[in-house]
Design a protein. Structure first.
Length: 239
């Protein structure tokens, strides 16, 4: 089976134990991937990963330290894949619960032809789809009309990791938002329906911390304009 990594802060021991118990129940092997605490990164590394200029141009509000650390954790995990010999990996955040069929879904993905970069393991209950085909018993492999923003779990190939590392350093959006702009990196994103994982109760209290609120007419207008532009560009780039 493909390597399974879960991102976890050193200080979140309870989450780590819960995730390890999840894998143990399904008889799966996993590896903890140490999450990045942004405030502990040297300023030179912070400047390499995050661009305030890009943030101002691409997003409607500044990112908080937790959002920057979360994105950096994903970037470093993608680099881990490229440094390994694995063709792909499963990457999870530490606030998910695994469905009993999780292992079967991953095994089915592993058998797919190498024509994908990322396969999301969770999305909204109702997604707008371009196409769907059987994956394994009870699950379909789908092509989205609009890529969902959740990054709680996905499978990523070497080609996907390379595309993202080439195009997303530095970043200016949160990672869950940035991955929706698939055309900027040429990322081929598919998904699994129904979801192979769910959000655990621990997701109700994010380890990212409180996000900045966009307030005022100017911020609201920026948010509206960015969302409208996304919708137009997403439709324009559909195959």
């Amino acid at each position: 089976m493909l390597p399974i990594l879960f991102i976890n802060l050193d200080s979140d021991g309870a989450r780590r134990e819960r995730m390890e118990a999840e894998f143990s129940c399904l008889g799966l092997t996993s590896e903890r991937f140490a999450a990045t605490r942004w405030t502990e990164l040297p300023e030179t590394e912070q400047a390499r990963f995050y661009s305030a200029t890009l943030n101002s141009a691409q997003f409607h509000k500044p990112l908080v330290a937790g959002e920057k650390g979360c994105y950096t954790s994903h970037l470093l995990a993608w680099a881990w894949l490229l440094a390994s010999k694995h063709p792909a990996m499963v990457l999870l955040e530490d606030d998910v619960a695994l469905r009993p069929e999780f292992g079967a879904v991953i095994s089915a993905i592993e058998q797919l032809p190498a024509s994908w970069d990322m396969i999301k393991l969770i999305g909204r209950d109702q997604e707008k789809l371009r196409a769907a085909r059987p994956l394994t018993a009870g699950f379909e492999l789908v092509d989205y009309l609009r890529v969902p923003s959740l990054t709680a779990g996905y499978v990523i190939s070497r080609s996907g990791a390379q595309k993202l590392l080439d195009s997303r350093i530095p970043f200016g959006r949160p990672v869950d938002v940035d991955l929706r702009y698939w055309w900027e990196s040429g990322l081929r994103v598919q998904g699994v329906m129904p979801a192979a994982i769910t959000l655990d109760d621990t997701s109700l209290q994010s380890s990212i911390g409180a996000k900045t609120a966009a307030s005022g007419l100017v911020a609201s207008w920026r948010k509206f304009r960015i969302k409208a532009a996304y919708s137009l560009l997403n439709r324009w780039h559909q195959p």
